[in-house]
Design a protein around this ligand. Sequence first.
Ligand code: NAD
Length: 320
Amino acid sequence: MSTKKVLVTGGAGFIGSHLVDALLLRGHDVVVYDNLSSGRKEFLDHCMDRIEFLRRDLVTDKGLAGLLKNINHVYHVAANPDVRIGADDTWTSVEQNIMATYNLLEAMRIARPDTPPSISFTSTSTVYGNATMLPTPEDYGPLMPISQYGASKLAAEALISAFSDNFGIKASVFRFANVVGSRSTHGILFDLYHKLKKDPKRLEILGDGLQRKSYIHVSDCVEGLLHATETQTSMFEYFNLGTDDYAVIKQIPGIVIDAMGLKNVELHYTGGHKGAGWKGDVKYMSLAIDKILATGWRYRYNSIETLKKAVREIISDLEQ
Ligand SMILES: NC(=O)c1ccc[n+]([C@@H]2O[C@H](COP(=O)([O-])OP(=O)(O)OC[C@H]3O[C@@H](n4cnc5c(N)ncnc54)[C@H](O)[C@@H]3O)[C@@H](O)[C@H]2O)c1
C-alpha cells in the first residue's frame, strides 16, 4: 500500500485518535484537524512529534481549501456525536454534522477540481431509525432516522454521494454500530462507570433494559474502516461496520459492576422513552455486515467480549 498525506478531522477524539495511531503505523503522513470541542489533545500526546496538529473549526474555517491542496485522502470523523441532545437542541447536529460536512466537501472540490482528495466518512447505524429488518443491510429503506443526530448524518451521507457523483470525489460511508474502548468520553460504559463512582450501591440504567445493540471495539472499527478504504475500487460505497451479534442492555451493568469489583448494587431501570433510553434512542439495533466481511476484514471481539475489554480499558484510563 502506498503512503499518503491524510487529513483526519476529529483526530483528537475517541475514534479519531485511534485512527491516527493506525495511520501512523501504516507510515502515512498525518494532519489532525480538530477544534477540541469534545476531543482532547492528550489523546495525541504520545505522537505529537509525528503529526501536524491543527486546532481549527470546520464550521468557520475560511482556509480549508488551501489546506486540502496537498492532501490525498480525508478521514472525516469530526462531528457532534451526542444523540441525546437532539431532543432539546435541534441546531447543533445541523451545524456540526451537516454544515461542517458541506464546508469540507466544498473545500475539497475547490482545492483540486481535477484531482480532488478522496474521503471516508464516519456515519452511524442511527440513520436506519427503528428498522423493521434486523440485522439491517446497507440497502434497507426507506431510511427514517428518529434522532436529529441520525438525520444529520443521513444528510451528510447524501451530500457526500452528490459531491462524489458531480465532482469525481471517491468516497466511502461507514455506518458504525456502538463503538467502545479506551479514550471513550461518552457512551453507556462511560456513563455507568461514572454513576457507580458517585453511588456504588445504586445504579440507574436508562430504558427498560431490554434494548438490544451491537457493539464493536474501537481497534476492530478502525481496522475495518482502513481495510475497506484501502481496498475500495468503486467511486462510492456504503458499509455497515459492527459485529454481527448484539448485547441486551441488561447484560451491561453486571459487566461494569464486576470490572469495578463492586457487590450488592441495586439496579434501577428508568423505563425511558417507550423502553428505549431516551427520545431518539433506537431500541433494537443490529447490522448486517456481510458486505464489509466480503472485503476480507474480520472483527476480533464480539459484542460481549468488546464490552468486557472496553470497560477494563476505560477504568484503566480513568484510574491511572
Ligand atoms: N462512538 C460511537 O459509538 C459512534 C457510533 C457511530 C458513529 N460515530 C461517529 O464517529 C465519529 C467519532 O465519534 P467519537 O465517538 O470518537 O466522538 P468524539 O466526540 O470523541 O470525536 C469527535 C471529534 O470531532 C471534533 N470536532 C467536533 N466538531 C468539530 C468541528 N466543527 N471542527 C473540528 N473538529 C470538530 C471533536 O473535538 C472531537 O475530537 C463521529 O463522526 C461520530 O458521529 C461514533
